[in-house]
Write a protein that binds this ligand. Structure first.
Ligand code: NAD
Length: 423
């Protein structure tokens, strides 16, 4: 479907999010084809029973972990990468042998219609597509699923988890949060700025793992900000609204939310961007300095093209600022100092961590992708995705003989002594 209908998929993604064809390919269509190819290449290995060593006391015998399909899984997807985030979990679910009911986001109607039109012909009776918003999703959640996989915000995640709990259905929750980018003295500021700007402004900032705010040493703040301003110009030109490579905000509701953040008291000073065009759901790539820690820009997940730059005194301070917030989905560190990298790795928690770039860890085929705490639970991609949608069944086998009477009562003094030693 993705190979034969690439241009229809591109058209849908352009209509929903103003994505350029190349961005759609890199982050959605080609990305998903890559996941499918990877699954096809490795499925035999993932699905094979996994032999486990038995300890002496249980020998002779053998033990295996046998991946078993769960049954029917529910997949509820968000609007920001509406194709990838519907299909990548579906690939994992089907590879593991399940049937699925998928619910693309109603906020990306063109992509949702594309999937509803095309998927049934490809996956037949194995997959049902549910379209629409809260009402059909609520009806879907009444069903008993064997696994529920939800991607989206934490508020609806609680609705989904509550509905799943009624049936004791296990859930994977792929959520978001405020993913920090720490820049240190050892980083090349120009390269760090370009990588952060790319990660923040791709898909007009509507990326769950986008760097949500930057932490920079006080004395390097102005230098980094200048490089960020230059990077925005290099990536999207003097007028980003005219750039083919810059997307749009999903709808006017989200645009006014973002504009509201910027106009709030304490939102800080805009150094580049800030202008919006409601008719085209456009907001320029925006960099802000000196935001008040209590303003919405610094308390909510921004999920749009706005990048606050915040200062820190030393690494302890940067780590303390991160630890004062819920665990983020991603943490980015720009450093070439092994000790700093070890410190930040050991003293923070996040869904994933990437040193010296942004977003790319998500594309590593065999790295599990998922959050921790408020950024989610469970993970997928590669074998971890296969396992998420499998029951890892323990199967042990014993020969009929020998059958020593030692392990059965009545236990005489010798048996008790031996059993105490053996177990
Ligand atoms: P959304 O509004 O599209 O909602 C997600 C899904 O929930 C949709 O399919 C929607 O129909 C359904 N839904 C909405 N309200 C519902 C209700 N009351 N009951 C049942 N279902 C309901 O997406 P969103 O929440 O705006 O997504 C943005 C959030 O998702 C951000 O926090 C972002 O970080 C996170 N996100 C996470 C990932 C990830 O992979 N971890 C990826 C993308 C987005």
């Amino acid at each position: 479907m993705l190979v034969t209908s690439t241009s229809d998929a591109e058209t849908a993604l352009a209509a929903d999010l103003g994505k350029s064809a190349i961005e759609s390919w890199m982050t959605e269509i080609g990305f998903t084809i890559g996941q499918i190819d990877h699954a096809l290449d490795h499925l035999d290995h993932w699905a094979r029973p996994r032999r486990v060593r038995l300890q002496m006391t249980l020998r002779p015998g053998s033990a295996r972990i046998v991946p078993t399909p769960l049954g029917l899984v529910g997949i509820i997807a968000p609007w920001n990468y509406p194709l990838q985030l519907t299909l990548a979990p579906l690939v994992a679910a089907i590879t593991a042998g399940n049937t699925a009911m998928v619910k693309p986001s109603e906020l990306a109607p063109a992509t949702s219609a594309f999937l509803a039109d095309r998927l049934p012909a490809v996956v037949g009776d194995h997959v049902g597509v549910v379209t629409g918003g809260v009402e059909p999703t609520s009806a879907m959640l009444e069903h008993r699923f064997d696994h529920m996989f939800y991607t989206g915000g934490a508020r609806v995640a609680r609705v989904v988890a509550t509905a799943a709990a009624r049936h004791l259905t296990p859930t994977t929750l792929e959520l978001g949060g405020k993913s920090p980018a720490i820049v240190t003295e050892s980083a090349d500021l120009r390269i760090a700025a370009r990588r952060i700007a790319w990660g923040r402004f791709v898909n007009a900032g509507q990326t769950c793992v986008a760097p949500d705010y930057v932490l920079v040493p006080r004395h390097l703040r102005d230098g980094l900000v200048q490089h960020l301003v230059d990077a925005v110009g290099d990536l999207y030109g003097p007028d980003p609204s005219a750039s083919e490579d810059y997307g749009k905000i999903i709808n006017t509701h989200h645009l006014s939310r973002l504009v509201g953040y910027l106009s709030e008291d304490g939102a800080g000073q805009i150094v580049i961007g800030g202008s919006a065009d409601p008719d085209r759901c456009h907001l320029d790539p925006t960099v802000v300095i000196d935001p008040d820690p209590s303003c919405a820009l610094m308390t909510d997940e921004i999920f749009g093209p706005v990048l606050p730059v915040v200062t820190y005194d030393d690494l302890d301070d940067a780590i303390a600022q991160i630890r004062s917030r819920p665990h983020p989905l991603a943490l980015y560190l720009f450093s070439t100092n092994d000790d700093q990298i070890a410190q930040v790795t050991a003293r923070t928690t996040s869904g994933g961590m990437l040193v010296n770039h942004t977003l790319l860890h998500l594309a590593a085929e065999d790295l599990p992708f998922g959050g921790v705490g408020e950024s989610g639970m469970g993970a997928y991609h590669g074998q971890v995705g296969f396992d998420t949608f499998s029951h890892l069944r323990s199967v042990m086998r014993r020969p009929m003989r020998p059958d020593p009477s030692l392990m059965y009562p009545p236990y005489g003094p010798l048996a008790r002594r031996l059993l105490r030693r053996l177990f």
